[in-house]
Design a protein around this ligand. Structure first.
Ligand code: NAP
Length: 230
């Protein structure tokens, strides 16, 4: 069963990317916009967001992606992905706290990775996942999900390449999770997989560390996951 069996055309939604000016933001922006969603690139700087949106739109050959500051983006969208460096995630969300309202969905893609003697390790604090640390910084009523943590950003950004892998989604808010699974289903060659409660973010972040290790061992840049048997 190939992932495209899970592909669906609808629904189309407004999606924001906090710190969407990096490679992860680029990959998500291009895939989501190509699937027809309204994508908003966020940045600390309006001019940086505008320059990136212009670049992405010229790659898509249509002016579909919009640019704004991270705070403005939270007013425009109900679903926002957090695509900033993992070690900045808590600080960034704390600084945007006043823009987060009940009913909003925050999708964490961050993975703290550090290198020790050349080997990748999980760089989290007190064995916690970055997502668990973030959940403590969110105002009540904001639903936190994790997704795309194990998908290589540079492949996401290559619209000419099929991904043929799973996107693991975890979180404690079941309705929000269903909405995100529906969004992922609109992207060809990806299959959303319900990976359970937010606690599973620990496992997902460690899977990313393993993928980095496998890339080094097998001289690849493309290791990613596709689960068989489900
Ligand atoms: N690379 C992968 O394959 C991959 C896969 C899965 C998940 N991820 C995760 O994706 C996330 C983003 O990765 P990336 O390589 O795109 O990151 P990045 O390029 O280092 O940073 C992305 C953006 O974050 C913003 N930013 C940086 N420092 C900030 C700060 N102190 N405060 C507020 N905003 C700040 C910047 O946007 P502005 O300057 O425009 O504000 C920057 O362009 C990481 O957490 C990573 O773990 C990566």
């Amino acid at each position: 069963v190939g992932p495209d069996r899970h592909h669906q055309e609808t629904p189309l939604v407004k999606i924001g990317l906090i710190g969407g000016t990096g490679i992860e933001g680029k990959g998500l922006a291009l895939r989501l916009a190509a699937a027809g969603h309204s994508v908003f690139i966020g940045s600390r700087s309006q001019s940086k967001a505008s320059a990136r949106a212009e670049q992405f739109n010229s790659m898509l050959e249509r002016p579909t992606i919009q640019a704004m500051t991270n705070m403005e983006l939270l007013r425009e969208t109900r679903i926002a992905f957090l695509t900033v460096p993992a070690d900045q995630a808590v600080e960034v969300i704390s600084s945007l706290r006043s823009g987060l309202a009940p009913g909003q969905i925050l999708v964490d893609v961050t993975v703290p990775v550090k290198f020790q003697e050349g080997s990748p390790r999980h760089g989290g604090v007190d064995m916690l996942s970055n997502a668990e640390r973030l959940s403590a910084s969110l105002p009540p009523g904001v639903d936190l999900l994790c997704a795309f943590k194990t998908v290589p950003a540079h492949l996401l950004a290559r619209l000419d390449r099929r991904l043929d892998c799973d996107v693991f989604i975890c979180g404690d808010a079941s309705e929000a999770k269903e909405q995100l699974m529906a969004i992922v289903r609109t992207i060809p060659s990806l299959r959303p997989v319900d990976a359970g409660p937010l606690l599973m973010s620990r496992s997902l972040e460690h899977m990313t560390v393993l993928a980095i290790w496998l890339n080094r061992r097998y001289r690849s840049k493309e290791a990613r996951y596709r689960i068989v048997g489900i």
